[in-house]
Design a protein around this ligand. Structure first.
Ligand code: DAH
Length: 339
């Protein structure tokens, strides 16, 4: 019996899991188990009454010892199993999931502009980034030898195609396609061969706008710009209008925005002037209307070119244009909370 007791203890110490413990129970206490067999192997007729009693007592003690040790081992495994399960449900553990992506500040600004303009009855149209010289220049009253071409350093492709230098290229495309009256914006990417600095990039975004209808005046243009900017900046903004020259508008203006970064005091972003050139605009030149197949005696219109990239910089307080195209996700992540 002492031998069996020791073997049981050893076996339980070596056990690795609940199934192992159950096998030990069968080996010792099962029908053919060591302890069960003990009683069967003894010839009780040869024992005295006292010996029988003594044997019976020892055997019961051994059975009880074995039962208790095995039960304790089973309990120990149950407890570990439950602890594992509870750990799996630890609600305070940090999440493992992928972070959600976030939209680029320019995309956010573009979406907001589209929303505001759509609310005012404008269509949102997208033109090609690879353009013909005609729609980018000639149709806009900028012939080959016109000095205005020097203002926009152009990337040339093969077959006389170019990367559009401005979204104004959509004006005549759209007039030819839809005619008048029309109210539309054309947001998109533009390209120029620029020397890069905090406010110039070779790739930037504009949002062109075009309204052609009967009796459209400068008053309509100014009113529209005021509504748009106050909605975008969600506060009253200071603007100023001064004459500007663009071959495709007559008269032409520069609409400047009081710099929101420095409040007009002057900073690198506004080149210390306190003003940001934001929206060049004007009344559509009769020649442009004619190129679009519209009779300038019957219709008039206004056009404007919002600097979408500049607008995003103003809106989010981004001081250097180079952050926007740098491809560093940490730039985007700062704006994800805006959704
Ligand atoms: N396309 C011009 C540029 O990129 C900006 C512009 C000026 C657009 C006057 C207009 C406008 O619609 O009326 O420099």
């Amino acid at each position: 019996m002492q031998d069996i007791r020791e073997r049981l203890i050893q076996a339980l110490q070596a056990a690795k899991d609940a199934a192992h413990v159950e096998q030990i129970r069968i080996d010792f206490l099962g029908r053919k188990g060591l302890i069960t067999q003990l009683a069967k192997n003894v010839d009780f007729s040869k024992l005295t009454a006292d010996e029988k009693k003594g044997f019976g007592q020892k055997l019961n003690e051994l059975k009880q010892f074995a039962t208790e040790k095995i039960a304790a081992a089973v309990d120990a495994y149950k407890e570990t199993a439950t602890r594992h399960k509870t750990n799996d449900l630890d609600l305070t553990a940090p999440g493992k999931g992928r972070r959600l992506g976030s939209l680029h500040p320019i995309t956010l600004t573009q979406m907001e502009l589209e929303d505001v303009f759509q609310g005012m009855g404008f269509s949102v149209l997208y033109g090609p980034e690879i353009e013909s010289e005609f729609f980018c220049f000639e149709a806009l009253n900028i012939p080959h030898d016109h000095p205005a071409r020097d203002m926009q350093d152009t990337f040339w492709l093969k077959n006389q195609l170019i990367l559009r230098t401005h979204t104004s290229a959509n004006q005549v495309r759209t007039l030819r396609r839809f005619g008048a009256p029309i109210r539309a914006i054309f947001p998109g990417r533009c390209f120029r061969y620029e020397a890069i600095d905090p406010s110039h990039e070779n790739t930037f975004y504009q949002c062109e706008g075009l309204v052609v209808d009967k009796n459209v005046s400068v008053a309509n243009l100014i009113a529209t710009m005021r509504v748009i900017l106050s909605q975008v900046f969600k506060r009253d903004v200071k603007v100023r209008l001064r004459p500007g020259y663009f071959p495709f508008v007559e008269p032409g203006f520069e609409l400047d925005l009081n710099c929101l970064l420095c409040g007009g005091k002057g900073c690198p972003t506004c080149k210390n002037s306190g003003w940001i050139e934001l929206i060049p605009c004007g009344l559509v030149h009769p020649e442009v209307l004619r190129h679009g197949g519209i009779d300038p005696k019957e219709y008039s219109g206004f056009a404007f070119g919002v600097g979408l990239t500049r607008l995003a910089m103003m809106k989010f307080g981004i001081t250097d244009i180079r952050y926007l195209n740098c491809g560093d996700l940490r730039v985007n992540e700062q704006f994800s909370t805006l959704f």
